[in-house]
Ligand binder design. Sequence first.
Ligand code: MTE
Length: 308
Amino acid sequence: MPIKSSEITPEALYRQRRRMIALGLASLTLPLTSGLFANTKEQDMPELGDIDSDGQGKLTATKLETINSYNNYYEFGFAKTDPSQAAKTLITSPWSVEIGGEGADKPGLYDIADLHSEYAIENRIYRFRCVEAWAMVIPWNGIPLAKVIKAAQPNSKARYVRFQTLHDTQQMPNANWAGGPYIEGLTITEAIHPLAMLATGIYNQPLEQQTGAPIRLVVPWKYGFKYAKSIVRIDLVESMPRNTWWRQNPNEYGFYANVNPRFDHPRWSQASERVIGSFGRQKTLLFNGYADQVAYLYPDLSDRRYFY
Ligand code: MTE
């Protein structure tokens, strides 16, 4: 959906407006009803500087230019600068997302424009942590994933949610790097958690191709490889989806991929992280700083399965 230039907020103005909103708005909560959704805890939505930062001070949002130029999107190449250079040709409008699977009583095909008109776009400033031990802070705009899942009317077979992204050998120079489309997954309870969202923008500007236009997953307590870009299918399924990185290297990557400073990657430490756009490193936080909101989903914090 084209956005008029008058609707685009320059980064400085956006930051100022966020500060004002943070003063007046203590929390945003997602009203959840019936069945599966009745058991979901209502959560306070983190605002900038509002997140448990372990004595590291207030969060500073990463500059848009940095967010848009340091990327992982292997379908466009393996170097961090490849996606911003190569992805420009990807056509992202029109675009539709198919929602189905054996766990959806109401499957559907949604045009991105329909999603925009049906759901209010919400703003969330989240820490972002890549499994490669680098971090950013990103002001996302998007739709709570729970709302989209609820509209698909999950039945008792909806135990997991599987995300499939665009696989187009014409438009993506490295489309076949993983032998097929990029796949990610969440448990149904993770997927309906109020922190999980489908992002469509950053700093009130539509996502660029390299950041996953026109729609991507955002799960701030997990490593960045969970954030599937340019999603074309969402399925509610009975068995645990085998996500791309798990299939690529099961000794190093699993399904849950929750951030934990105590469980190192086999080839590097996860105890600290490099802050992109500044000079130092900082300590990694359990669940990337969202432990208060999500730890209840994982009953055994010594279970390594949850953290790779
Ligand atoms: N989605 C697709 N389709 N292809 C990818 O290669 N890379 C993942 C994730 N989503 C990837 C993807 C990885 S490893 C990370 S860290 C994040 O996207 C990077 O998101 P960013 O470039 O917006 O920072």
